[in-house]
Each structure stands twice: as structure tokens, then as C-alpha cells.
Design a protein around this ligand. Structure first.
Ligand SMILES: C[S+](C)CC[C@H](N)C(=O)O
Ligand SMILES: N[C@@H](CCS)C(=O)O
Ligand SMILES: [Zn+2]
Length: 323
């Protein structure tokens, strides 16, 4: 059994992923209005990065995702760093998550009735659109010049460095189009990455990827790869998740991960969240139960969800929680 299957089994059939990372850094006072977004904290506020990981572990997350979503080598070079420094910061993102996991696990083992699982650390890799810092992870429009080869070149070194930093998983997050899915699958093969991966898409209509392309077409690409253990969606409004799980279930036998955002909408130009009516009478955790029943085995939250959200999700999915 692989590490993920083992964790899912230990968690009683559904593992809990953490919640919004960048937005929780912001809630703790970090300024992430920056082209590097949350990765700016790797330079300026690494202690806050670790604190957010700790908050999600305490809330009951079985999987924590590193702070590297928008941490890229070209992004750090544009900040005036050397290549060594840029690669060092990528490693630091994984190191901070591993340290938080290990410290939290050690403290848990000292308790007489441990209620937690030893969490896994997923190294985050955001899309090319995240690096562009213009909200294009929600449009999937990368322009006519972008090719699969260019996307592979963009992702290659970061993937090598993060995979070598000792995470349990690689989490490709908010992938908005089919070309990028193809590039990632080819890259995992070319680099012969041994760390299991998930590829999660973003959607703004609940029926297609953000680009308008079909889940069925993308799943065909992912199904052909043994390097991709888990498929799913993240940073997508919660009201669309149940329908997407049903669609994914038809298209794949791989495990399904879902970690939607709060339903608020990101204004990529103004760089702020706009409120939206979306949950109706249902709470996020009540929806999480339905996502489990629909067939997702890894469930958490993305932007604007918080440790309280994850505590409630953990409680409803496992009947137990942190404090
Ligand atoms: C998931 S979105 C809210 C991330 C932020 C975006 N890449 C930006 O920098 O504007
Ligand atoms: N893991 C990232 C995803 C952003 S869409 C975060 O939560 O900040
Ligand atoms: Zn998000």
C-alpha cells in the first residue's frame, strides 16, 4: 500500500487536507499583496509559515501543503536573488512543513489518548498562471505563445528541487487547462519523479476546467500516468464540488481529492476577495460529508477557509477533532 492509501485507511476512509494557507497567513497579519503572494513570507516571515502549519495540524489535518504555491525560481530571481538562494527557499518551504509535522507528532505521542494521525507533507506546485500573479489560474488563458514545452521548462527545476526536499507527496494545485496537465504528466515521466503526486484542477462553472476544457479530456491524460496517484479540484466554489466528484468518478479509478475555497471570488486585478452567496443553508462541513459520500477520499479547504473550517470538517468526517 502507498503512503496515501495507508493514511486514508488510518483516517477511517477519508483523509483531511488542510485549509487556505495564504489567506490564513494574511489572517495572522502577513502582507501577501506581492507578486510572490504567500511565498513572500518564506523570505520575510518564515515563523508565520510554520505557525499556519501548526494551526492546521491542531485542527486535525492529515495532510499539510507547503508554502510553495507561488514560490518559483523566476519569481525569486526577479526579486534579486541568486539561483542558489531561490532553490534554498523552495527547500525551506518543505523543511518548515516537515518540522511542523514532526514537532506536532512528537507532542501528540506524549498524550495518553492520541487522536491524530501522523500527517503527510505535500509540496505545493501552483500553476504557471499563479506565477503570472494576474489571476490567470482562474482563466486558464496563457496566451498564444505558451506551449507544452515552455510549461515543462517553467516547472522542471522547481519540481526537481521540491521532490528532492523530502516531501511525502507533490501537490499540483489549481491547474486551469489541459495543456498544463499534459506538461505535468510528461514532466513527471521525464524526470522519473518517485514521490507520489496529485493533480488538482480549478473550475469556475462546476462543469469544465477554468479554460472551458472538459474534465473527461484531462482525465484521459492523467489516467495514462502511474505517477499521478490522486486527481481532483481545489480553489473552486464549494457548491460545484459534488457535481464535479460525480463527473470525476465516471472518468477515473484514481483517488479523488477536493479542497474548495470558501466560495468568495478572487478579483485578480484588484487583488481582493469579493463576497458571493454560495453555500445556501449548508455549512462547509455538512457539504464535506456529501463529498465523502460522493466518493472523495481526501477532503479539505482552499482559499479563505480557516483552521475552524478544517476542525469542523475533521469532526464530521472522522467523528473526532483537535481541541
Ligand atoms: C489562488 S489566487 C487567489 C492566488 C493569487 C494570484 N496568483 C495572484 O498572485 O494574484
Ligand atoms: N495551497 C495554496 C493554494 C492556493 S489556491 C494555499 O492554500 O494558499
Ligand atoms: Zn486557493
Amino acid at each position: 500500500m502507498g503512503v496515501v492509501e495507508e493514511l486514508v485507511a488510518k483516517a477511517g476512509g477519508c483523509a483531511v487536507i488542510d485549509g487556505g494557507f495564504a489567506t490564513q497567513l494574511e489572517a495572522l497579519g502577513a502582507d501577501i499583496n506581492d507578486p510572490l503572494w504567500s511565498a513572500a513570507c518564506l523570505i520575510a516571515k518564515p515563523h508565520l509559515v510554520k505557525e499556519v502549519h501548526m494551526q492546521y495540524l491542531e485542527a486535525g489535518a492529515d495532510i499539510i501543503i507547503s508554502s510553495s504555491y507561488q514560490a518559483t525560481i523566476p519569481g525569486f530571481l526577479a526579486r534579486g536573488m541568486t539561483l542558489d538562494e531561490a532553490e534554498g527557499l523552495l527547500r525551506t518551504s518543505v523543511k518548515l512543513a516537515l518540522e511542523a509535522r514532526d514537532e506536532f507528532w512528537k507532542s501528540t505521542l506524549r498524550k495518553s489518548k492520541p487522536i491524530y494521525n501522523r500527517a503527510l507533507v505535500a509540496a505545493s506546485i501552483g500553476s504557471y498562471g499563479a506565477y503570472l500573479a494576474d489571476g490567470s489560474e482562474y482563466s486558464g488563458s496563457y496566451g498564444a505563445d505558451i506551449t507544452t514545452e515552455k510549461l515543462k521548462d517553467f516547472h522542471r527545476r522547481r519540481l526537481q528541487v521540491l521532490a528532492g526536499a523530502g516531501p511525502d507527496l507533490i501537490a499540483f494545485e489549481a491547474i486551469p487547462n489541459k495543456m498544463e496537465a499534459q506538461a505535468l504528466v510528461e514532466l513527471l515521466e521525464e524526470e522519473n519523479i518517485q514521490v507520489p503526486s496529485w493533480i488538482c484542477f480549478s473550475s469556475v462553472d462546476g462543469k469544465h476546467l477554468c479554460s472551458g476544457e472538459s474534465f473527461a479530456d484531462c482525465l484521459q491524460i492523467l489516467n495514462a500516468s502511474e505517477k499521478v496517484s490522486i486527481v481532483g479540484v481545489n480553489c473552486t466554489p464549494p457548491q460545484f464540488i459534488e457535481g464535479i466528484i460525480c463527473e470525476l468518478r465516471k472518468q477515473t479509478k484514481k483517488a479523488i481529492a477536493v479542497y474548495p475555497n470558501s466560495g468568495e471570488i478572487w478579483d485578480g486585478r484588484a487583488k481582493r476577495w469579493l463576497s458571493a452567496e454560495c453555500l445556501g443553508h449548508k455549512s462547509f462541513d455538512a457539504l464535506a460529508k456529501r463529498w465523502q459520500e460522493a466518493g472523495a477520499t481526501l477532503i479539505g479547504g482552499c482559499c479563505r477557509t480557516t483552521p475552524s473550517t478544517i476542525r469542523a470538517v475533521s469532526k464530521i468526517l472522522k467523528g473526532r477533532t483537535g481541541h
